[in-house]
Design a protein around this ligand. Structure first.
Ligand code: NAP
Length: 309
């Protein structure tokens, strides 16, 4: 059984920042990268709004830098993820996907959030072969083709704009007649000649065969119920995210949307010694800079907790 003073779960800006701070505090933290090392920023395009990068920075480059910075201060960054957590008594007992068991005095949960899906059968059928939740990852497969993006928030608009640089045409399918995205993002989408808005529309079926892949989408007008079709070879779903808390098996208190409840302004959860930071407990701001700041607070909360206990 391994022992650590601080186990960090997750490798987005929150997890790595907690790793940097607890590392510098000489706590020799162990950090599990999780199923998507580097988190959501590794599947985004350029990050233009993180302070300190006047020319912008690629998400993967920023996450590489954060990982190396955490390692420089002694954070033990591990590939893999936590499959089991027993948080009912201290020290906490956790097990990783290789069966390694760890006893931890404190835990920082920074597991972020995952993409949501529309929930139709054909979406599952074509996942990975015509249906994607990541334009940056899969967009290059659709060069000079016609694709559809689903959603009306910043993510959908960002993905539609990015895909318009590669594809011949992008349909943006939104269930209402007004975008939820920020005004700046709306402006870019609505003035992009390669993007066509399909208002008041939902995808009722993704058309195609296993052999040919996706060939089109069947749309339903959300006001009239009328059906229509469009020819596309790719569908990008961008309708929001779900916090990654399943592995906690109900031990940490969550809100009605499944986000971890914390005692603001600290990062303390309902379990003394267990802290949470980043998108896993933030349904509102969900920005890299906010997650990094919360990771710093989590590390300071850990230090204080260890001093007091
Ligand atoms: P979001 O803001 O929650 O938007 C989700 C969109 O998907 C909404 O337009 C919603 O429609 C639609 N939707 C939800 N469920 C659906 C379903 N089952 N079928 C069809 N459409 C559905 O999520 P997001 O765009 O991922 O953004 C999340 C947060 O990250 C936001 O705070 C956003 O500002 C931020 N963000 C910022 C940037 C940036 O600053 N560069 C980039 C990306 C994201 P309704 O509008 O009808 O509800």
């Amino acid at each position: 059984m391994e022992k650590t003073r601080c186990l960090i779960i997750g490798s987005g800006p929150a997890g790595y920042t907690a790793g940097i701070y607890t590392g510098r505090a000489d706590l020799k933290p162990i950090l599990y990268e999780g199923e998507q090392p580097g988190g959501q920023l590794t599947i985004t395009t350029e990050i233009e709004n993180f302070p300190g990068y006047p020319e912008g920075v690629a998400g993967t480059a920023m996450m590489d830098d954060l990982r190396r910075q955490a390692q420089r201060f002694g954070c033990d960054v591990r590939t893999g993820y936590i499959v089991e957590a027993r948080l009912d008594s201290r020290p906490f007992h956790l097990k990783d996907d290789h069966g390694v068991e760890i006893e931890a005095d404190t835990v920082v949960i920074a597991t972020g959030a995952s993409a949501k899906w529309i929930g139709i059968d054909s979406e599952r059928e074509f996942y990975g072969s015509g249906v994607s939740a990541c334009a940056t990852c899969d967009g290059p497969f659709y060069k000079n083709q016609v694709v559809a993006v689903v959603g009306g928030g910043d993510t959908a608009c960002e993905e539609a704009n990015y895909l318009s640089t590669l594809c011949s045409k992008v349909y943006l399918v939104h269930r209402r007649d007004e975008l939820r995205a920020s005004k700046a993002m709306q402006h870019r989408v609505l003035n992009n000649p390669k993007i066509e808005m399909l208002w008041n529309s939902r995808i009722s079926r993704i058309l195609g065969t296993t052999l040919d892949g996706v060939t089109g989408i069947e749309l339903e007008d959300t006001k009239t119920g009328a059906h229509s079709e469009r020819e596309v070879t790719g569908v990008f779903v961008a309708i929001g995210h779900k916090p990654n808390t399943d592995f906690l098996a109900g031990q940490v208190e969550l809100d009605e949307q499944g986000y971890i409840k914390i005692h603001h302004p600290s990062t303390a959860t309902n379990i003394p010694g267990v802290f949470a930071a980043g998108d896993v407990c933030d349904p509102n701001y969900r920005q890299a800079i906010v997650a990094a700041g919360r990771g710093c607070i989590a590390a300071m909360d850990v230090e204080r907790f260890l001093q007091e206990n």
